[in-house]
Design a protein around this ligand. Structure first.
Ligand code: ADP
Ligand code: MG
Length: 703
């Protein structure tokens, strides 16, 4: 069933309606009345005649028709009984305002489970429990106790916190911000964030979806569906709290670096969801998205009446990675024609401190005509001659005629500009209290446009040897082993096209020396134990060993010292390995998130990964483009390109390795976390080598 009955019910019953002002059961009926809701309203209360001018009913059955929407406000212990009555009557949509469910502990959780059972049995969709209700300004419906109905507008809002929604309503009221609908989803026992986002995606009154979330029920579905919706409408979300995955003890570098925050960031980026870190930022963004066209690109032109703020915005534009528009020759000529000789006709266009509205209007119009400009920021400082109101009106007049490019305003000041801001607001010109806030918004718009224009995602599949991997993993799962040892990790990697160093395990010094002779010098020696995760930490790695004698000494030393340091460790011997030509060390890794699946990592490798933390993340499966972006997001990327006369490395080869790894972890859900560190890369033409690898497996929970 769609959520039509919640958006646009023809009739609403309030069970638990009250005559006592201040009680939730009264406030809701009063709010419905004051909102001028056009449908039928049935307060249900056996002890009252009338509530807020509506005749009352003793129970749902005595209404005589089936209300399309039922709001339940009765105490928690009575809610199930009312739900059964709704079911018997054929009600299809219910909002449970009542608290005292999952949020209060195990007993409440049980009550909530039973509520859901009843709902499923009767095909009832439920919002809540423990919520503020629903507001649909587009249809003058205020089925909530969140206060006055806000103005109608294009923003559809969803909140997992009722209290925060109340604050948002208050801010919206002060700023005349309009909404298509607002949803307090409470405990999300039945209808969850994705149901609402999906419905808002379909809702013709909603142009921007915004919200505050604390958790996401189904990470995979969330990414899949919001990615579709983001192509049609921007989704702006505030998100607090991490995921469950962050808490489990990590045995890989990737696992320890991939916190709950990271995975949400990656999920949002993948889905084109715009993340907002505060209510203010969210409204800053929402107004621009709701009322202005999307910019064709990221080239910003600034029109200002003072040099200082012009420079501030130019700095902010550069810091934000946006392009400072270079005006075309005809534009400059036109500006020179009408503006005073002292005016700056280059970006930022300075119309000078004595500029009246006509100069602003002229400059704005001319700049908007320039094909080199995608977006215009108008700055105003209150100087002696400045006419803020008239300037705001002049901007509105231009935008009434043309809406081809977004225009944002930043009128600095407070008292002097207060009326002009009112004019901007009425005319839906988004305005900001600092050039930085305006630029942040421009950046969000430009990022969104770039995301929408990205080519269709195509994930390349490489020919690999799945059976070989299956065998190794099955063997571990059968024996209940979590850590896959270095040798078997390498077997897995080779099956997916990676090259690993040659080497063998020695159990005596003599044997070690023989292996080294076979491999050719120099060699590397590493302690070999399933219990030692980071070998260097215990003195378990020696590189650049040049002779038989040295090999034998190193063997004896390791076998003597390490068991002393780690008496518990089961030490199987020493790995003697070919030494790779020196190259740059990078790390390729993955951590599987319980909510969102495999999260890939790329970064600066070696033994200081956790210290330097120069890493980038992205959800698998990776496209070639996404893999390349991950590389580019790190500082290591600059080094890989070659610095100080050093030759660069083949970037595409690393990007391909990341894609292969992404394919491996996508095809094997048993792999919980892994990394290749170091992945040693040399100049173009040389083969990169997976020197060290760590893989943990576990029976997948939902294969
Ligand atoms: P761990 O990460 O368990 O300490 P590694 O096998 O990654 O052990 O070795 C630590 C460091 O030693 C690597 O980052 C790399 O610099 C160097 N190293 C290890 N093996 C080789 C090798 N075969 N060739 C060249 N350098 C190596
Ligand atoms: Mg290592």
């Amino acid at each position: 069933m769609s959520l039509e009955y919640f958006f646009h019910p023809q009739s609403v019953a309030i069970v638990g309606a009250s005559q006592t002002s201040g009680k939730v059961g009264y406030e809701i009926v009063k709010n419905i009345r004051q909102g001028d809701y056009a449908g039928k309203v049935f307060p249900v209360n056996p002890k009252a005649d009338r509530i807020a001018d509506y005749p009352c009913f003793a129970d749902l059955a005595s209404i005589g028709e089936v209300p399309e929407l039922v709001i339940i406000v009765v105490p928690a212990k009575v809610v199930l009984k009312i739900m059964e009555q709704c079911g018997a009557l054929g009600v299809k949509a219910v909002v449970v305002i009542t608290a005292g469910f999952k949020e209060v502990g195990p007993e409440g959780k049980e009550l909530e489970d039973r509520l859901v059972q009843i709902a499923r049995k009767h095909n009832i969709r439920v919002i809540g429990p423990n919520c503020l209700g629903v507001m649909v300004p587009a249809h003058q419906l205020n089925a909530s106790f969140g206060g006055e109905l806000p103005l109608p507008g294009g923003i559809g809002y969803i909140s997992q916190s009722g209290a925060l929604l109340a604050a948002i309503l208050d801010i919206a009221k002060a700023g005349d911000i309009g909404f298509s609908s607002l949803w307090s989803i409470g405990n999300k026992a039945d209808i969850d964030e994705l149901d609402i986002i999906r419905a808002l995606g379909e809702d013709s009154n909603t142009t921007v979806i915004a919200g505050y979330l604390e958790s996401i029920n189904d990470g995979n579905a969330f990414v899949r569906e919001t990615e579709q919706i983001s192509h049609r409408k921007p989704i702006l979300l505030m998100k607090s709290g991490g995921t469950s995955a962050g808490s489990k003890a990590a045995s890989s570098h990737t696992g320890s670096l991939a916190g709950g925050e990271t995975v949400y960031e990656s999920a949002f980026e993948r889905a084109g969801v715009i993340r907002c870190d505060s209510i203010k930022t969210q409204f800053d963004f929402a107004q621009a998205f709701a009322y202005q066209p999307l910019p064709p690109g990221d080239r910003v032109a600034v029109v200002t009446n003072a040099g200082g703020p012009g420079i501030m915005s130019a700095d902010a534009i550069e810091r934000a990675g946006l392009t400072f528009a270079e005006l075309s020759e005809p534009t400059r000529a036109k500006l020179a024609e009408q503006l005073p000789a002292a005016a700056n006709i280059e970006n930022p266009i300075d119309v000078l401190g004595d500029a009246l509205e006509d100069r602003y209007a002229y400059a704005m119009d001319v700049v908007m005509d320039d094909p080199n400009v995608d977006i215009v920021l108008v700055l105003l400082t209150p100087q002696a001659m400045t006419r803020a109101n008239e300037t705001a009106q002049a901007m509105a007049d231009i935008l009434a005629k043309r809406k081809d490019k977004p225009v944002l305003a930043c009128f600095l000041g407070a008292d002097f500009v207060v009326d002009s801001l009112e004019i901007l607001r009425r005319n839906r010109i988004p305005f900001y209290d600092s050039p930085e806030a305006a630029v942040r918004t421009i950046r969000a718009m430009a990022d969104y446009v770039r995301w929408r224009n990205r080519p269709q995602r195509v994930v390349k599949l490489f020919p690999v040897n799945r059976h070989r991997v299956e065998r190794v993993i099955d063997r571990h799962l059968r024996r209940g082993l979590r850590e896959v040892g270095e040798m078997e990790s390498k077997e897995i990697l080779e099956a997916y096209g990676f090259v690993t160093p040659q080497g063998e395990i020695a159990t005596t010094a003599e044997q070690a020396a023989n292996i080294a002779d076979q491999l050719d010098y120099p060699v590397v020696m590493k302690i070999w134990s399933p219990d030692i995760v980071h070998k260097s930490d215990v003195g378990g790695v020696r590189v650049g060993i040049h002779s038989r004698r040295e090999v034998m000494d190193a063997f004896d030393l390791m076998m003597y010292r390490i068991p002393k340091k780690m008496p518990e460790a089961d030490i199987l011997g020493v790995l003697v390995q070919e030494m790779c030509r020196s190259g740059q060390e990078v790390i390729l890794g993955m951590n599987r998130d319980a909510q969102f699946g495999p999260l890939m990592m790329f970064g600066m490798g070696g033994i200081f990964v956790e210290v330097l933390k120069d890493v980038a993340f992205h959800l698998a499966p990776l496209t070639a483009d996404e893999a390349r972006r991950m590389l580019m997001a790190t500082r290591t990327y600059k080094m890989l390109q070659g610095v100080r006369g050093q030759e660069g490395v083949d970037i595409d080869v690393i990007a391909e390795a990341l894609q292969r790894l992404s394919q491996l972890v996508t095809e094997f859900p048993a792999i919980q976390e892994m990394d290749i560190n170091p992945f040693m890369v040399g100049p173009p033409g040389t083969t990169p080598i997976a020197v060290d690898a760590r893989i943990s497996v576990e029976k997948p929970k939902n294969p």
